[in-house]
Design a protein around this ligand. Sequence first.
Ligand code: CA
Length: 375
Amino acid sequence: MSKIKSVTPHVLNVDLKQPFSFSQWEYSSRMTCLIEIETVDGVVGWGECYGPSQMLKHIVNEMKSYLIGEDCMDIQRHWEYLYNRYRDYGQKGLIIEAISGIDIALWDVFGKILNQPVHKLLGGTFRTEVKAYATGFYPVKGDAIKQLAYEAQKYLDEGFLAMKIKVGFGVDIDYEYVKTVRGVIGDKAELMIDANHAYDSIEAIKLGRKIEHFNIGWFEEPVPPEDIKGYQECRRALTIPIAGGECEFTRFGFRDILANRTVDIIQPDTCSTGGLSECRKISAMANAHGVRYNPHAWGTGIGLSANLHLLATLPHNPLSSNPVNPMLEFDQTEYPFRHSIIEETIEQKNGYVQIPTAPGLGATVNRKVLEQYEI
Ligand code: CA
């Protein structure tokens, strides 16, 4: 037993050289909330929360009074206590995002104490490397078509075997974007699209039918997360697999998504849906329902590491001589401290990223970089 000595949220911010946009808003800066947990024996673990960072900092600062002095290895008990303590005010959203970062940091501590990588503790290794897909293609100011073609070629040249483009700008514009990128990559890479819930089911189906022949791997968030029936209509109307779930939370939220067969592929965000503890449960439910699981990822090296450990453990569904494997979402947009915040290198080679093998998350925070960007 080792007691928790401190829980510290760190908010990091950086202004971007070139703002970029998607179907909902523009990014001119990147921000995150990292969670540092230290035990009385000096073991330090890190987690990351996906969501509004300044608000998350306040929530974690309130939650920490429960954690300090508790056994750091009772991860499930802490999860259940925090969820129950705040259940009446937040079964989804900020409360769960805060718990997620805490949970990931506790798994990191757990792994460091036992001298094992987190994926071994989560159930073991199904794969030592995972195919990464490039998330990019966010329109910047200027000639969008030219930029998309350039980016597609760049990812191909870098070795990516899969990529995902942003849509949701209007059916005709989206069609041109998809046509451009498929034209550049041919059949050398998988191609997925993401509307960030910009459409209702009428527009989403119109777009889907228009681009079905481009062999689209999945259509992500065609409609808003609350529109369960809209998702089901898209699934029935289109041959493209429908994906979603980055705005859904916990085993309770995914219970309903899975039971209603809302999507073909669920995409819980490890840093917001409840952390590694909850993702393991969601993974078991997805497996039982025969639904694919590809985590959503939009974080720094800490969040990426957590996702890699989770990805190592996701079971084949079903297991066969040539099973389908889950993929890592690898954000390629500007994020100056995405990689420099940790000492280790997370890189894609020939389309694949290696699963970290060092104890815990296998990610060592660079204190200089932390200080540089902390606000
Ligand atoms: Ca997305």
